[in-house]
Write a protein that binds this ligand. Structure first.
Ligand code: SF4
Length: 175
């Protein structure tokens, strides 16, 4: 059971705004696209498995094509060479799409302060939630996804067509 969004309830009726209904549906049906390159990916596998069971939060259906997913989960070290491929995957996802950076490497390059490693995926794509840790435990990943659900549930339907959002995309060179 999910919590009802803010609204008005009376005998035999319940009313809320369209934004909130769409937000409720979106947040409870996020389809993950795992982009896992190293150790954090193993933690993500544990998060999907029966003990932690990400399916409980409506994210059971993993997709390996960007066109069928709306939650990009980047788990692991991203080299500069791999950066353009990650960016391409992000661009191929339909709006609305969200990004979670799982672990220190995806968030900031982690311990690999070297010439070949991207110092955080937010240098090439916008990130919605950062999960700390090297690696984060599955509880940490679940917490990150719950935080994202909160963002998704409260996102205005107008955000994706707003000037501010266009500016954000333009700052990444994405049209
Ligand atoms: S953050 Fe740590 S555990 Fe995760 S990919 Fe980097 S080195 Fe591996």
């Amino acid at each position: 059971m999910v919590d009802l969004p803010e609204g008005y309830a009376g005998e035999g009726f319940y009313a809320t705004s369209f934004d909130k209904v769409v937000g409720l549906a979106r947040k409870n049906s996020l389809w993950p696209l795992p982009f896992a390159t190293s150790c954090c990916g193993i933690e993500f596998m544990a998060t999907m498995a029966s003990n932690y069971d990400l399916a409980r939060f409506g994210s059971e259906r993993m997709g390996f094509t960007p066109r069928q997913c709306d939650m990009l989960l980047v788990a692991g070290t991203i080299s500069k060479k791999l950066g353009p491929i990650l960016r391409q995957v992000y661009i191929q996802m339909a709006e609305p799409r969200w990004v979670v950076a799982i672990g220190a490497c995806a968030s900031s390059g982690g311990i690999f302060d070297s010439y070949s490693v991207l110092q955080g995926i937010d240098q090439i794509i916008p990130v919605d939630v950062y999960v700390p840790g090297c690696p984060p435990r599955p509880e940490g990943i679940l917490d990150g996804i719950l935080k994202l659900q909160e963002l998704v549930g409260n996102e205005s339907l107008r955000r994706r067509t707003s000037e501010k959002y266009k500016e954000l995309m333009e700052s990444y060179g994405i049209k």
